[in-house]
Design a protein around this ligand. Structure first.
Ligand code: 13P
Length: 250
C-alpha cells in the first residue's frame, strides 16, 4: 500500500502570499508523523519558484498539463523533458477542464500519458462523468471508456505508474462533493477495470478523489480505503483548509 497522496491543483491561481511563504507555512503545518505524500501543481510560470520552495520539504512538484511532442513549432506548449528539467515528478492529464474547455480528446490524453511515462514522470489521469451523464445512468460507462482510452496501449509496468483521479464534473468547484458511497462505487469500477485489463493487484492501484474536497469532508472520505488520496482545487490555496485535508489522512 502507498501512503495517501494529496495533490493541490492551483489551476490558474496563485496563493495570496508569496509562494515561498505559502510553501514554508504549509510545511510547518504538516506533521512529519503523518505518512502522506503532498504534491503541489502550480501554473507553468511558477513551477521553478515552487520547485525551489519545496526543496528541503517532503513535498513534490506536479505540472497541470503537457504536450506529447518533444520539441518544435508548437506555440504555447510545454514538453515532458521541460517539465522534468524543472523538477516535476507528476503531471495532471485529462482534467475535465482541459477536456471540456480545451476540447482534449481521449486520444490526445493517451498520447500525453505515454509522453509523460517516456520522461520518467508519473501521470495523474483524471476521469469523471458530467451531471447529465450521471443522471442518464452512464457513469460507469463513461468512466470505464475514459480510463481504458487514456491507458490504451500501455504495458502493465507502465499502468502501475499511473495514478487515477476520479473527479465527477458535477462536484468540481460546486461545493457538492460526491458521497463516500458514490466515490467508492466509481473507484471500485476503475480498480476492477485495471485489474481485469492489466492483472494489476488491487492494492497497487492508486485512485484519488477530486471535487469539492474540503477540510470538513476530507476525514469522512478518507475513512474509505478505496480512496487513496485527493486532488484538491479551491481548498489547496487556503493554508488552513489544505493543512486540515492533509491532516485528515492520519
Ligand atoms: P475543487 O476542489 O475546487 O472542486 O476542484 C477540484 C479539481 O478540479 C481538482 O483538480
Amino acid at each position: 500500500m502507498f501512503p495517501r497522496l494529496i495533490v493541490g491543483n492551483w489551476k490558474m491561481n496563485v496563493p495570496t502570499t508569496t509562494t515561498n511563504l505559502f510553501v514554508a507555512q504549509l510545511a510547518k503545518r504538516v506533521s512529519a508523523n503523518v505518512p502522506v505524500e503532498v504534491v503541489l501543481a502550480p501554473p507553468f510560470p511558477f513551477l521553478s519558484e515552487v520547485g525551489s520552495a519545496v526543496a528541503g520539504t517532503s513535498f513534490t512538484l506536479a505540472a497541470q498539463n503537457v504536450f506529447w511532442e518533444e520539441q518544435g513549432a508548437y506555440t504555447g506548449e510545454v514538453s515532458g523533458a521541460m517539465l522534468k528539467s524543472l523538477g516535476c515528478q507528476y503531471v495532471l492529464i485529462g482534467h475535465s477542464e482541459r477536456r471540456k474547455i480545451f476540447g482534449e480528446s481521449d486520444d490526445e490524453i493517451n498520447k500525453k500519458v505515454k509522453a509523460v511515462l517516456h520522461h520518467d514522470l508519473f501521470p495523474i489521469l483524471c476521469v469523471g462523468e458530467s451531471l447529465e451523464e450521471r443522471d442518464a445512468g452512464q457513469t460507469h460507462h463513461v468512466v470505464r471508456v475514459q480510463t481504458l482510452a487514456g491507458l490504451q496501449g500501455l504495458e502493465k509496468v507502465d499502468v502501475s505508474k499511473v495514478t487515477l483521479a476520479y473527479e465527477p464534473v458535477w462536484a468540481i468547484g460546486t461545493g457538492r462533493a460526491a458521497s463516500v458511497d458514490q466515490a467508492e462505487d466509481v473507484h471500485g469500477l476503475v480498480r476492477e477495470t485495471l485489474c481485469e485489463q492489466w492483472s494489476l493487484a488491487p492494492q497497487f492501484i492508486r485512485i484519488l478523489y477530486g471535487g469539492s474536497v474540503s477540510g470538513e469532508n476530507a476525514g469522512v472520505l478518507f475513512q474509505s480505503d478505496q480512496i487513496n488520496g485527493a486532488l484538491v482545487g479551491k481548498a489547496c490555496l487556503d493554508l488552513d483548509a489544505f493543512a486540515s485535508i492533509i491532516a485528515s489522512t492520519a
